[in-house]
Design a binder for this molecule. Structure first.
Ligand code: EPU
Length: 338
């Protein structure tokens, strides 16, 4: 196992923050992971498991060992006329896997096209977009216990999924590496076009017959029009979660701001659009030196050049304070801060 000292993480985080890891290695098989778990480098250091690096902000050098999950493979494990179950290595790129499903007409995750990151991170934060969350297709998560290398299989219920969260982001944070995820996809898709932007994009595309491919294309068009491409501008997608508040607090907010963007939840609570609130506070498009708030989407903080993560973190603190002051709502960061 090749463990490298003082390794640059610049190209391994989508924010493009230029920091170093004290130690770095890549694992291409579970055997390699088990080997590294047994090593002194692993036992004597804090550990960061790295996937696509698309949901984190480094504020300083990482004083520990970074283990990059490169476990690959896409395998159909069960198939009938209605469904197909696919087991995918945690180190596969998420969008490439979605495209594999779209091209094979496997339905269920087409609304999640073009989300940056790797398959292993998808259950961790229950990625979601355009009316779909990945928890609705995951049947099994295989993970390796970082304390002893034992393999554990989690059912969907074991994962305790919630909005942008799971057991892997809560009680089991930093305790497992997700080696593979099994998705049950459908060959008889029911399309989810509940999100208004999808309907209007499909209309603009002149689509009359819904298909997995068309929906995926519509989602790609919407995302490319308002979210910055990580290959061009450093970012980690939505920097904050959309806050969920109780209905009485919402009624009060609505009487002050009748136009507040909101989504009533099945449990009676109300989800607010953090992007809308941040825009109302005047942050949208604001640029400070080489970093700022994206001009097309206020929920996305961006690194235009060589910014350091601490500056971006401080900006996020200023945004939280101003939303709190104007709306009495506390925003929570979605991105992991390191
Ligand atoms: N809005 C504004 N100003 C802005 C941005 C948004 O007023 O600058 C308003 C929009 O007009 C709309 C509402 O806020 O009324 C919601 O905006 P949008 O549809 O863009 O979705 P979002 O709630 O901001 C969430 C996810 C995104 C996902 C989209 C689409 C979270 C934290 N973010 O964003 O996920 O792509 O819905 O489903 O839930 C990500 O997690 O990285 C991510 C990009």
């Amino acid at each position: 196992m090749n463990v490298i000292k003082n390794y640059s993480l610049h190209k391994l985080n989508t924010f493009g923050i230029d920091v170093n890891a004290k130690l770095y290695c890549e694992i291409n098989s579970t055997d390699e992971l088990i080997e590294i778990i047994g090593s002194d480098d692993f036992k004597n250091n804090q550990v960061l498991i790295l996937g696509g690096g698309s949901n984190l902000l480094f504020t300083k050098d990482y004083n520990g060992i970074v283990v990059k999950n490169n476990l690959k493979g896409i395998e159909v494990v069960e198939e009938n006329n209605d469904h197909v179950s696919v087991t995918v290595g945690g180190g596969e790129n998420w969008h490439e896997f979605v495209m594999h499903c779209v091209n094979n007409n496997y339905g269920g995750i087409e609304n999640l096209s073009l989300i940056p990151g790797n398959v292993g991170a998808s259950p961790m934060q229950n990625i979601g977009a355009y009316g779909v969350e990945v928890k609705d297709t995951i049947t099994k998560v295989e993970a390796i216990d970082l304390s002893d290398g034992a393999i554990k299989v989690f059912s969907n219920a074991d994962c305790n999924f919630g909005y942008r969260t799971s057991v892997f982001k809560q009680e089991l944070k930093n305790k497992y590496l997700i080696s593979a995820v099994t998705f049950q996809l459908t060959k008889q898709p029911t399309f989810n076009t509940s999100y208004g932007a999808i309907t209007s994009e499909l209309e603009a595309m002149g689509v009359t017959d819904l298909s997995i491919k068309n929906i995926s294309k519509a989602v790609c068009n919407i995302r490319s029009s308002k979210l910055p491409d990580v290959k061009v501008t450093g970012n980690a997608g939505s920097f904050f979660k959309n806050p969920v508040i109780d209905s009485s607090t919402f009624e009060k907010l609505k009487s002050d701001y009748p136009e507040v963007a909101n989504y009533p939840q099945p449990n009676g609570k109300v989800k607010l659009a953090a992007g809308w609130m941040i825009e109302q506070c005047g942050w949208k498009g604001k640029r400070i030196k080489d970093y700022g708030v994206h001009p097309q989407h206020a929920l996305v903080l961006v690194n235009y050049g060589v910014s350091n993560g601490q500056d971006i973190y401080n900006l996020s603190g200023e945004i939280i304070a101003s939303v709190e002051e104007k709306f009495s709502v506390t925003l929570e960061r979605e991105v992991n801060i390191l």
